[in-house]
Write a protein that binds this ligand. Structure first.
Ligand SMILES: Nc1ncnc2c1ncn2[C@@H]1O[C@H](COP(=O)(O)OP(=O)(O)OP(=O)(O)O)[C@@H](O)[C@H]1O
Ligand SMILES: Nc1ccn([C@H]2C[C@H](O)[C@@H](COP(=O)(O)O)O2)c(=O)n1
Length: 263
């Protein structure tokens, strides 16, 4: 008698498992049709109960979970006012990159009035570099939010600490590093004529920024030059001429202007 009871329990159990598997199969068949843009006409009303099955699936996210080897990451370096931002806008237009300026991300944080923002403002006034973890955290958030896979990271990494923190916190290496080369006199002239109300566009701060560039950023450029990743471009020329050299670098990467071929 006892063994009969056990058999019954086992039968009920197997029946339940069978029903569950049946539902799962039907759900995935429906989902596969949906993924192929086919309309699902399911006559079986009981199938409605499978709609809650996605609850058991890991939630899909819009943001990027992890940066991957096939992401294209272009670091953009050069002294203050050499024209990085100007060239980046043109690259975005023609090559469909997402432009992330470390300086602008910091400025956005300043405008929130947060404690971090106040601290950033003090560093900027002094022409000093903000602690790497702050910059990298802002970059990471912006990269993940963008959902893009081609990043133009402008004004970063400015020192060895920036570079190492990005490697550690983001796990990324640049595909290539654009370096805009310009004389100090020309950079000072451009910054002083910029007239955008920046807290760091004054003679005293520019001198400090140039010092930081020479002492902290040039060694980073040397590091990438040794790895064969730095592409030096003469930025002293008019905007369009500089951009022609930029285009040459992008075609070396196998990227062509939007609207011509698939990038
Ligand atoms: N090739 C160029 N010739 C003349 N003026 C230029 C050239 N490129 C940029 N400029 C001008 O120089 C100023 C600085 O340019 P931009 O803001 O692009 O430099 P930046 O490198 O991004 O500066 P920063 O590092 O301070 O953010 C701007 O007023 C811009 O219009
Ligand atoms: N990696 C970075 C980038 C920028 N900053 C700070 C210091 C700069 O003077 C300022 C403006 O940057 P820019 O627009 O010139 O790229 O932002 C930093 O501390 N670390």
């Amino acid at each position: 008698m006892a063994s009969n009871g056990a058999c019954d329990t086992m039968r009920v159990f197997l029946l339940a498992v069978g029903c569950w598997l049946n539902l799962l199969i039907k759900y995935y068949a429906m989902e596969s049709r949906a993924n192929h843009n086919q309309v699902s006409h399911c006559p079986n009303k009981c199938l409605s109960c499978v709609q809650w099955l996605p609850l058991f699936k890991k939630k899909k996210q819009n943001s990027i979970e992890k940066f991957q080897n096939h992401d294209i990451i272009v670091y953009v370096l050069g002294g203050p006012g050499c024209g990085k931002g100007t060239q980046c806008s043109k690259i975005v237009e023609d090559f469909g990159f997402i432009h992330l300026s470390a300086g602008e991300l910091l400025e956005t944080e300043v405008k929130t009035g947060s404690e971090t923002g106040k601290m950033i403002q003090e560093f900027k006034k002094e022409g000093k570099l903000v602690p790497s973890e702050v910059v990298v955290k802002l970059l990471k958030q912006a990269m993940q939010r963008s959902g893009n896979r081609k990043f133009l990271i402008d004004g970063f990494p400015r020192n060895e600490e920036n570079r190492l923190t990005a490697e550690k916190m983001l796990g990324i290496q640049p595909t290539i590093v654009l370096v805009f080369d310009c004389s100090e006199e020309e950079m000072i002239r451009r910054v002083m004529q910029r007239n955008q109300g920046r807290v760091d566009d004054n003679m005293d701060t520019i001198r400090k920024r140039l010092k930081v560039y020479k002492e902290s950023t040039l060694p980073v450029i040397d590091y990438y030059a040794k790895k064969g990743k730095a592409r030096k471009i003469n930025a002293e020329r008019p905007v369009e001429e500089v951009f022609r050299s930029v285009e040459a670098v992008f075609s070396e990467l196998g990227l062509v202007k939007r609207g011509k071929t698939i990038v």
